[in-house]
Design a protein. Structure first.
Ligand SMILES: NC(=O)c1ccc[n+]([C@@H]2O[C@H](COP(=O)([O-])OP(=O)(O)OC[C@H]3O[C@@H](n4cnc5c(N)ncnc54)[C@H](OP(=O)(O)O)[C@@H]3O)[C@@H](O)[C@H]2O)c1
Length: 312
């Protein structure tokens, strides 16, 4: 299958490229500013996808069978800092991709987020009412609606959870951020009552690729890992898995009630009901224990990890 992939240099997009190429797909990947190596792309283009004209020409030139949109301003804080740019990437880009997909009859797989939910009624089913608490989440809701309106049944929008995995720059995923902070001498202050159902980007990528050929599955869909865990527990499990010395990798347990202002924009429990995708796809959601075995140490942090490891 010929697949146009935006965000090919991101945590999810780079996994789609790597795994898609292994499966025999032809990946045309669009990156932004990242210039480092990327595996799996047949064609690599660097484009500013915030520019309104960028996408039309691309879709008409390559006429892909499927489009996977993994480009975004994916951090809530970055959206607040630059609302105009994040609106361009998070709403206008998927809208234009959906319009172009419809023009040529291509399948469109768009990525949304668990954050569309308010966090007080978990676990969330696909049809549950959304209640976004921050700008990023409101943009994701708007993108879901725009994609459905423009592309109808050609589109599947996958709401993803907090993501683990191995990113091209080594600084994007959950464990990469934790290791970066520990290596900088920070103590992680993590809540015991904020629940996330983390998924490895490779597992999500495989689900997105399978969805490209499953046109019977459309609309808003959920994909995540199997285990709802608190942010505190996630860090403890990672530290134990890597055998890091607690003195070098400190974690302090906090509670949402300790910082009500910050929690007003951060949902409490974003556990997801994975029906109907889990069971409909051949790929299976993974436990957190399995995900831990697929994590790599970013090269820039290897020396710190080696020094912080307890003896076996
Ligand atoms: N990461 C998570 O925990 C998480 C959780 C739930 C949902 N999601 C969603 O999943 C999707 C993928 O997330 P991710 O974590 O893979 O994101 P990411 O690692 O931040 O990657 C974002 C991608 O978008 C590209 N991009 C940003 N601005 C661009 C521009 N102006 N022109 C061209 N490309 C641009 C980046 O390119 P360069 O790096 O080359 O500039 C990069 O390839 C997003 O829709 C995100 O909202 C992510």
């Amino acid at each position: 299958m010929k697949i146009l992939l935006t965000g090919a240099s991101g945590l999810v997009g780079s996994a789609v490229a790597r795994i898609g190429a292994r499966q025999g797909h032809t990946l045309i990947g669009v990156t932004g500013r990242y210039t480092g190596p990327l595996a799996g792309l047949h064609t690599r283009l660097s484009l500013d996808l915030a520019s309104p004209g960028a996408i039309g020409d691309l879709v008409r030139t390559f006429r892909p069978d499927a489009i996977i949109n993994a480009a975004a301003i994916s951090e809530p804080a970055a959206c607040e800092l630059n609302p105009v740019l994040s609106e361009a990437l998070n709403i206008h880009l998927p809208t234009r991709l959906a319009e172009r997909a419809r023009e040529i009859g291509a399948r469109l797989i768009h990525l949304s987020s668990e954050q569309v939910f308010g966090g007080d009624h978990a676990p969330y089913c696909c049809g549950d009412p959304v209640a976004p608490l921050n700008l990023y989440a409101r943009q994701k809701v708007a993108s879901e609606q725009a994609v459905a309106a423009a592309a109808g049944d050609l589109a599947a929008t996958v709401r993803a959870p907090l993501l683990g995995g191995n990113s091209p720059g080594g600084r994007r995923s959950l464990h990469e951020r934790m290791l970066t902070d520990w290596a900088a001498g920070k103590t992680l202050r993590l809540s015991t009552d904020e629940i996330r159902q983390v998924c490895h980007a490779d597992n999500l990528a495989a689900a997105l690729l399978e969805l490209c050929s499953r046109r019977d599955l459309s609309g808003n869909l959920h994909w995540a890992g199997l285990d709802p865990l608190s942010r505190y527990e996630l860090a403890i499990r990672l530290r134990t898995h890597l055998r890091l010395d607690p003195a070098r990798a400190p974690i302090t347990a906090v509670h949402r009630a300790d910082d009500p202002a910050a929690c007003a924009t951060r949902p409490a429990d974003l556990s997801l009901d994975l029906a109907p995708l889990a069971g409909a796809l051949l790929i299976l959601p993974e436990s957190f224990a399995t995900q831990l075995t697929h994590l790599a140490i970013p090269p820039a942090l290897q020396a710190w990890v080696d020094a912080a490891r307890l003896p076996a």
